[in-house]
Design a protein around this ligand. Structure first.
Ligand SMILES: [Zn+2]
Length: 177
C-alpha cells in the first residue's frame, strides 16, 4: 500500500499485478508458497480425503510451528493429492504408522536446512495396535480398558479385522483413536 504513494512505481506495479493474475500457474504458485520450511517434516502424496485425518493424527491444531496444508493438487501417481508441511516437528514411528493407515501411498520427507535429508515411504503394518477404534459397539475394546488390535487383511483398499470380536472394517469405517 505504501508503495503506491511513491511516484513512478505505479506503472511497474500494474505490470506485476497483471502477471500475478495469469491463471495457469495457479497450482505451481500454491506449491511454491508452501515450499519453504527450514526444519521439519513434509508429508506428500496424501489422498485428498485423508488430508484432515492426517492433521488430526499429528494434532496439528495444537502445533505452534508453521503448518501448511495444500490439498487438491495434481499428482501423476494418485490423481489428486494433498501436501502437509510442518515446521519444527519430526514424526514418531507411531505417527508414521497411523498415517500409513489413512494414506498408504504417503511419503514422509525429513527437512533440515531447507533440504530433504531423508525420504520415507510409509508402510501399512500387518497388525494395527491401539490406533483404530472398533466399530462394533459391543466389542470388549469399547467397553473395557483393552487396547484395540486389528489384523490387516488387505492393504489397498484397506480391510482390517478386529482381533477380539472379528468385525471386518473397511476404509470408510476407520476412526483413529
Ligand atoms: Zn472389535
Amino acid at each position: 500500500m505504501a508503495r503506491r504513494k511513491k511516484k513512478g512505481r505505479r506503472g511497474k506495479e500494474k505490470i506485476r499485478a497483471k502477471k500475478v493474475i495469469q491463471a495457469p500457474k495457479e497450482e505451481l504458485k500454491r506449491e511454491l508458497k508452501i515450499s519453504a520450511i527450514d526444519e521439519g517434516t513434509v508429508i506428500d502424496h496424501i489422498p485428498t480425503d485423508a488430508t484432515f485425518k492426517v492433521v488430526d493424527i499429528l494434532d496439528l491444531e495444537n502445533h505452534s510451528g508453521i503448518v501448511s496444508i495444500a490439498t487438491n493438487l495434481q499428482s501423476k501417481t494418485i490423481g489428486r493429492k494433498a501436501i502437509i508441511k510442518v515446521g519444527g516437528k519430526s514424526l514418531t514411528q507411531s505417527e508414521v504408522n497411523k498415517i500409513a493407515i489413512v494414506a498408504p501411498d504417503a511419503t514422509v520427507n525429513i527437512i533440515k536446512n531447507y533440504d530433504v535429508r531423508e525420504k520415507i515411504k510409509v508402510k501399512t503394518p500387518d497388525i494395527i495396535d491401539n490406533v483404530v477404534k472398533c466399530s462394533n459397539p459391543v466389542c470388549i475394546t469399547n467397553n473395557e480398558q483393552v487396547p484395540t488390535k486389528f489384523y490387516v487383511l488387505k492393504k489397498d483398499p484397506l480391510k482390517i479385522k478386529c482381533h477380539y470380536c472379528e468385525r471386518s472394517m473397511g476404509k470408510e469405517d476407520i476412526e483413529i483413536i
